[in-house]
Write a protein that binds this ligand. Structure first.
Ligand SMILES: Cc1cc2nc3c(=O)[nH]c(=O)nc-3n(C[C@H](O)[C@H](O)[C@H](O)COP(=O)(O)OP(=O)(O)OC[C@H]3O[C@@H](n4cnc5c(N)ncnc54)[C@H](O)[C@@H]3O)c2cc1C
Length: 438
């Protein structure tokens, strides 16, 4: 971030009451920022430009219930149609912003119905992220798609195509053992598919969860009949009559294996949709770089949700909770209102009827405490020294709720207290014991 970045110490002016705010991207973050601006008293014009058809919708069910049971787009809507009318939001659907003219403060559009360009006083980039493109080691990137049996999962259309392919089809190979891959594996098992997961890292969820969580999830999937290949590489997708028939992999032990595949899901992470920002000269680096208020180096342009990366953070946070928090942060800054409370990242994942809930970021941790929480419940506590940094709770809502609160307040038990299996989480009293500052 360069010297033109606005400073938190500068006095902030609220948006003028007759200003026009243009939001690019109708996902969780884009819609949340519209709602926040209205609830914080913004009376000017709100314009939402969305590349997708129809109303903005919830994405998390696309790998869970909506994939299992099938659903229409309307039932997933983030807000009903009248909400946009009541809140005077002008919506341009099936409309893509192609270019930002920063000097003229205009966005250029590609659409059959919207104007060619719209002016803004403030522009909010909420363009999200896209599935990381698959590069087939043999056939080259871009050569394979749904017609050949290669799927990705981001949009409601992807989910519909994947579901149609999974229903009544035998063998699914999932490339990538992240949350999307694991959730689809669980759903596919419920639909009767034979499922293999191929993960190139030494363990599933390596990027997003501590080892103990990976172990729990590995055991869970194996107990449901999923074959997991960790530390394995895809060597080739083999085709018969144009369709994928086998996935050839090299296992961690160096053996070549052929996995039968009627369809393949590439769940290999995402890339931020930051081209618009990059093309108009804004700083990007795995996302649009923003300051603590969500503002780019151009004072009129902000970024929220999956596409945004705080310049002090090593990675983008991709979650619904983060999208909502950033929306609140940006709206508060635009309206010169007090900032929302500090955010503890939180996430959930539903698999096989159970729920994994996570609060905090585990990556800096150097010690862990594991606890059984009764029944199937399990919690994993990540500490950096004596400082609690994250909790992962499988079927353990009390551990999750307590851990999230402890992270928010900075008052939590030392690891030794949690490691004592005779201690119940609900019994820990902050005032009775020494706590550690956050
Ligand atoms: C299958 C799946 C399951 C998930 N499960 C969970 C979960 O359990 N828990 C959780 O916390 N998170 C989950 N997530 C992540 C969560 O959905 C995302 O973090 C969230 O959707 C981010 O919201 P966003 O608004 O930043 O981006 P998006 O939801 O991606 O929305 C961005 C929108 O911008 C549009 N757009 C892009 N470029 C342009 C352009 N040039 N012009 C106009 N419009 C444009 C896109 O078409 C899209 O509609 C899941 C994601 C997926 C895909």
């Amino acid at each position: 971030m360069n010297a033109t970045t606005s400073s938190t110490t500068e006095p902030r002016q609220p948006l003028a009451p007759d200003a026009t705010v243009v939001v690019v991207g109708g996902g969780h973050a884009g819609v949340a920022v519209l709602a926040q601006l209205r609830s914080q008293g913004f009376a000017g014009q709100l314009v939402l430009i969305s590349a997708e058809i129809g109303l903005p919708y919830h994405r998390p069910p696309l790998s869970k219930m909506a994939l299992l049971e099938g659903t229409d787009r309307t039932s997933l809507s983030l807000r009903p149609e009248p909400w946009y009318v009541t809140n005077s939001v002008t919506r341009h659907v099936s409309t893509r912003v192609t270019h930002i003219d920063r000097a003229a403060r205009r966005v250029h559009l590609k659409s059959s119905s919207a104007p060619e360009a719209i002016g803004y006083d403030a522009l909010i980039l909420a363009t999200g992220s896209a599935p990381r493109p698959w590069t087939d080691p043999v056939n080259g990137g871009g050569a394979l798609g749904v017609a050949e049996g290669l799927h990705v999962l981001r949009d409601v259309e992807d989910a519909a195509a994947l579901r149609a392919a999974m229903v009544g089809r035998g063998h699914l190979v999932i490339v990538g053992g992240g949350y999307i891959g694991l959730e689809v594996a669980a759903t596919a098992r419920a639909l009767g598919c034979d499922v293999c997961i191929v993960e190139q890292a030494p363990r599933v969820l390596q990027r997003v969860a501590p080892k103990a969580t990976s172990r729990l999830m590995r055991q869970l999937h194996q107990s449901h009949g999923v074959r997991l290949f960790e530390g394995a590489q895809v060597v080739a997708l083999q085709r018969e009559e144009g369709k994928i028939s086998n996935v050839r992999i090299r296992t961690a032990e160096g053996d070549l294996r052929e996995l039968k595949a009627d369809l393949v899901l590439a769940g290999i992470g995402t890339v931020p949709r930051d081209d618009l920002a990059k093309d108009c000269g804004l700083e990007v680096g795995d996302g649009v770089l923003v300051n603590a208020q969500g503002q780019t180096q151009d004072r009129a342009i902000w970024a929220v949700g999956d596409v945004a990366r705080h310049m002090d953070q090593a990675m983008r946070i991709e979650s619904v909770g983060n999208a909502h928090h950033q929306a609140a942060l940006v709206a508060a800054a635009m309206m010169a209102r007090p900032e929302p409370s500090p955010f503890v990242p939180w996430f959930w994942s539903d698999q096989y009827g159970g729920r994994l809930q996570i609060a905090g970021l585990w990556q800096s941790a150097d010690r862990w405490v594991e606890r059984h929480e009764g029944g199937q419940g399990h919690s994993i506590w990540s500490y950096l020294g004596d400082r609690l940094v994250a909790v992962d709770a499988w079927q353990a809502p009390v551990a999750y709720v307590s851990g999230k609160k402890w992270l928010e307040t900075g008052q939590y038990p030392p690891p030794e207290w949690l490691a004592n299996k005779d201690h119940h989480i609900k019994d820990w009293m902050p005032q009775a014991r020494s706590s550690v500052a956050p």
